[in-house]
Design a protein around this ligand. Structure first.
Ligand code: HEC
Length: 138
């Protein structure tokens, strides 16, 4: 079957869109986050819960997860915008992911009433976590 020129153009446009959706290049707050605060969020058992699934350079944390890639080197593997999207809403990259969407409140099933309409992390907290992950370069 031959593809029409219009179909080929449409396919290229979709590729462009998919590429653009791999990242959120702009800071959610318009400013750079604070890496030290971000580290505290990532290591925190009540707020971030990241270490439920991930491990990383946290010598003080005895129990770390093994359901997800080690966070070491995340700042080398991914751009700042790619990291931001992965924390805001990982399901936009992998619809079957088990990683929670940390800054999306619409479209979530099974949200406890106290959390309905509220993202898990604020825009500022997302920027702090992104700033911390950007420091993980080995
Ligand atoms: C319930 C488990 C779970 C939790 C909690 C979780 N993640 Fe993830 N994360 C994953 C999985 C699984 C992946 C691998 C990609 C996928 O399956 O979507 C991933 C991927 C990532 C990636 C890309 C990893 C890479 O280098 O390939 C980063 C960065 C990341 N997570 C950061 C975080 C941060 C920061 C938190 C806390 C704010 C967090 N994750 C919480 C499960 C989790």
């Amino acid at each position: 079957m031959r593809s029409s020129p219009a179909a080929i153009v449409a396919a290229f446009c979709m590729l462009g869109v998919a590429h653009a959706q791999d990242a959120i290049p702009e800071s959610l707050t318009g400013a750079r986050g604070d890496a030290a605060r971000g580290r505290a969020i990532v290591a925190n058992r009540q707020v971030g819960l990241c270490l439920l699934c991930h491990s990383g350079p946290f010598p003080e944390e005895r129990f770390q997860g093994n359901l997800a890639p080690d966070l070491r080197g995340a700042g080398t593997r991914w751009s700042e915008g790619q990291l931001r999207l992965r924390i805001v809403d990982s399901s936009r990259i992998n619809p079957a992911t088990i990683m929670p969407a940390y800054h999306r409140s619409e479209g979530l099933a099974r949200v406890a009433p106290a959390w309905r309409g509220k993202p898990v992390l604020s825009a500022q907290q997302i920027e702090d976590v992104v700033a911390f992950l950007m420091t993980l370069r080995d």
